[in-house]
Structures are given as structure tokens and as C-alpha cells.
Design a protein around this ligand. Structure first.
Ligand SMILES: [Zn+2]
Ligand SMILES: [Zn+2]
Length: 306
């Protein structure tokens, strides 16, 4: 726990000289949680590489953590998520390629050890799964293989289907229980064939990986992507969402402005958190270009067929 606190303090201290607009968007009254989560932090943004940690650890609430990998280690600067239940903790993604490898296992273990102390629990099973298997989200997998109480889920469509129990891919939504914490898991191919979305009923976070985030939404299978976004819209019509959280930030905090591909410093980044509003805007955007998919710049994201 002590080590964990030191790491958090270090991450925050390194931001002292960075000026970025406040990144907290209040929860609307209609969807407010009984216990409000901590505000989102100012994320590390590559402004001070000599002091920036490899990962910034943000405690969203008592059982939810968001980690950001430093852009000093890899320009992708991906976000990783930890959802704790009483019997299992789910890690979504293991980070981007970096040389030497970033200490993702050590960082995650520090968070888990701190959580166990805080909850008076001796152990918990770690399940390492992925939003999808592009290199910037699986690079740290090897660090987890063979570790105690740890399962690393395969990344192929078949492996994902088997592990989570999909029998009707991709239209079926399945549930995954971490122990007093149920996640709904949706198949959302389009950016990648095995892409998943995770909806946490406790926090009402919808984790959308590389399918929707404030940045360039690369689409490799356009019809599949449109169908996936439609399923997310339909799902969230029935399941209230507080935050739509993805894997990267590539937009600036000026409407429609992006950072150049490969940028390792993001002054004045867009906030991480999106809302269902942006999901609806994305659906309208892709439905409107089905006959001729093309790049289209929106305030908070860019539709980017490839
Ligand atoms: Zn990707
Ligand atoms: Zn990515």
C-alpha cells in the first residue's frame, strides 16, 4: 500500500508544472451514482520525460483503477483498466510496445497489493483480458504469463468467444462476474475482428477500447463497425452510462483538432471521458456515409475508415 501511495504521489508531483484545463465533467443528476467517483485527473502527457513515471495510476473509486502509460515510453500512451470484484480482478490490456519493456506487471501488482491491504483480503485472482489484440494493447502480456493467481486470456476471436462464453457472435451480450460485480461483455468488431466492449454495472462505465475514444477511430471493416456501434447504442438505451472510456487520447481540447500521428507530447489534451452523446453522434456519422465511407472530423473524434 505504501509503495502504491508513493507511486501515485510521484505521478502527480511530476505534473506540477503542467497547465491543462480541468478534466472533470460532472455527472448529470439523472444518472448520478450513490457514491460519486473521484474526478478524473490531469493525465501525464509527455511534458516532462525525465520525471514522468512509466504509468500514472488513477484510483477512480475503491474498486476501479485507470492507468495511463507514458507517451515518453510509447507515443500511443494507452489507458489500462482494473476492475476489482470480490473474487477476481480484471485487467483490460497490458500496454504498448516499448524498449526496454515498461514495468506493467510490477505496476499492476502494486495496485493489487494495495487493494488487498485496504480490503483486508489475502488474495484475488487476476484475469488479464484485452479490448483487442493490436500491439499497443498486448505488449505486456508476457510479463503476466506464469505469474501466481493469474490467467491471461487469448486474443483470437475463438479464444475470446470460448473464455467469455459467446455462443452467438457478435450479436450476443454475455456477462462476466468478478464477485459482486457483473460486467456485460459485447462483441464490437470493426476496428479489429475480436474487439470487445465492457459495461460495468457498478460504475456505469462503458469501456469501448479503440472503437470509440477522443481520437482517430480507425475502421478496418466498415459494415461490421456500423453494426457494432448500433448494438452499443441499443445496449445503452437500456443500460445507463456515466462515462464512455476508451484506450487513447489523440484530440486536443479544441473542437476537431488532433495531435499529429506519433506525437509524444500532448499539451492541452482532450479529456478521456466521453458520454453517450458522442456514441449517438458516431452512429449518425457512420450511418450517413455507408455508401462511401470517408474521413470525417467531429468535435471529439475523427471517423477514419482505412
Ligand atoms: Zn487498435
Ligand atoms: Zn490502440
Amino acid at each position: 500500500m505504501l509503495h502504491f501511495l508513493r507511486a501515485s504521489t510521484f505521478a502527480l508531483a511530476s505534473l506540477a508544472c503542467v497547465t491543462i484545463a480541468p478534466s472533470f465533467a460532472p455527472i448529470s443528476e439523472s444518472t448520478a451514482l450513490a457514491v460519486a467517483p473521484a474526478p478524473f485527473p490531469t493525465w501525464i502527457n509527455g511534458a516532462n520525460c525525465p520525471t514522468e513515471p512509466a504509468f500514472q495510476i488513477h484510483q477512480f473509486d475503491a474498486d476501479t483503477y485507470i492507468l495511463r502509460q507514458s507517451m515518453c515510453t510509447d507515443f500511443e500512451g494507452p489507458f489500462l483498466y482494473l476492475f476489482f470484484g470480490t473474487s477476481k480482478v480484471l485487467l483490460l490490456d497490458t500496454g504498448a510496445v516499448a524498449t526496454p519493456p515498461v514495468p506493467v506487471y510490477a505496476t499492476v501488482k502494486r495496485v493489487i497489493d494495495g487493494w488487498l491491504v485496504a480490503h483486508g483480503q489475502a488474495s484475488i485472482d487476476l484475469v488479464v483480458a484485452h479490448t483487442h489484440s493490436h500491439g499497443d494493447h498486448v505488449a505486456g502480456d508476457a510479463q503476466f504469463i506464469g505469474k501466481p493467481n493469474t490467467t491471461v486470456v487469448g486474443t483470437s476471436v475463438a479464444a475470446v468467444q470460448t473464455f467469455f462464453g459467446f455462443t452467438n457472435w457478435p450479436t450476443q451480450a454475455v456477462t462476466y462476474d468478478l464477485g459482486n460485480r457483473v460486467l456485460d461483455v459485447l462483441a464490437i468488431p470493426g476496428h479489429h475482428p475480436a474487439h470487445l466492449a465492457f459495461y460495468d454495472r457498478n460504475t456505469r462505465i462503458l469501456q469501448t477500447g479503440d472503437t470509440l475514444y477522443p481520437g482517430r477511430l480507425y475502421i478496418s471493416d466498415f459494415p461490421a463497425y456500423v453494426a457494432s456501434i448500433q448494438r452499443l447504442v441499443d445496449f445503452t438505451a437500456l443500460n445507463p452510462v456515466n462515462y464512455v472510456l476508451g484506450n487513447h487520447i489523440e484530440m486536443q481540447n479544441v473542437a476537431g483538432q488532433q495531435f499529429p500521428l506519433g506525437s509524444k507530447f500532448h499539451p492541452n489534451e482532450h479529456v478521456l471521458q466521453l458520454r453517450r452523446k458522442q456514441l449517438l453522434e458516431l452512429l449518425n456519422g457512420v450511418l450517413g456515409m455507408q455508401a462511401a465511407p470517408h474521413q470525417e472530423v467531429h468535435d471529439d473524434f475523427i471517423i477514419y475508415p482505412i
